[in-house]
Write a protein that binds this ligand. Sequence first.
Ligand code: HEM
Length: 194
Amino acid sequence: MTKFFGNLHAVLAVGLVAAIVLIASFTGWTGEGAKAITDDVFRWLHVFFGILWIGLLYYLNFVQVPTMPAIPADQKGAITGHIAPKVLFFFRYAALLTVVTGIIVAGHGMYLGAALSLSGTGGVLLIGIGMWLALIMAFNVWFVIWPAQKKVLGLVEASPEHKAKAATRALIASRTNVLLSLPMLYAMVSANLG
Ligand code: HEM
């Protein structure tokens, strides 16, 4: 038992099998066609990666960043050397996969163009606003936060002055993402186009 639950990959694999069984059963009960199943599966993947991304964004802003000043200097290495690089790996790839699956859901729903051009009405306009907020957040992750954090964590060469400036840039971009996440999430769950 402990051996199984101690192995994250084994737990994820069994969870995936359970999800596939539920998807197969559900589509059997409802007789959903291939289009509806594809939509359901990409929507499910979209929400999974969205939870991982936003979950790590909130962990960084609610837990790690506010706690760092209280950690003795000789212990900070545990965070900057071990925890932070792992967080930033899953954070940026979850952001990328949330964007990809979100675009697939919109494309599959035949409203991608209307959503991104903000030329739709009702739910299509709302999801368009949500998608642009989330795309700005994803841009911040890949082109502001990650390059800055590479300097802060010493993954790339930087003088102490550049490290300090990068830390401020990363904090402002990360807090901007927390701010944008609130209207973005409302748009995501209220468009109801599915
Ligand atoms: C952290 C970022 C994001 C989170 C947490 C998130 C979460 C969600 C959630 C919970 C839903 C509702 C699913 C449902 O009602 O079945 C949703 C729907 C959707 N999301 Fe996102 N999303 C994020 C980013 C994005 C991005 C970047 C895009 C595209 C560029 C996108 C496009 C969509 C679309 C098209 C829908 C379907 C709307 C509907 O049918 O009502 N999302 N998202």
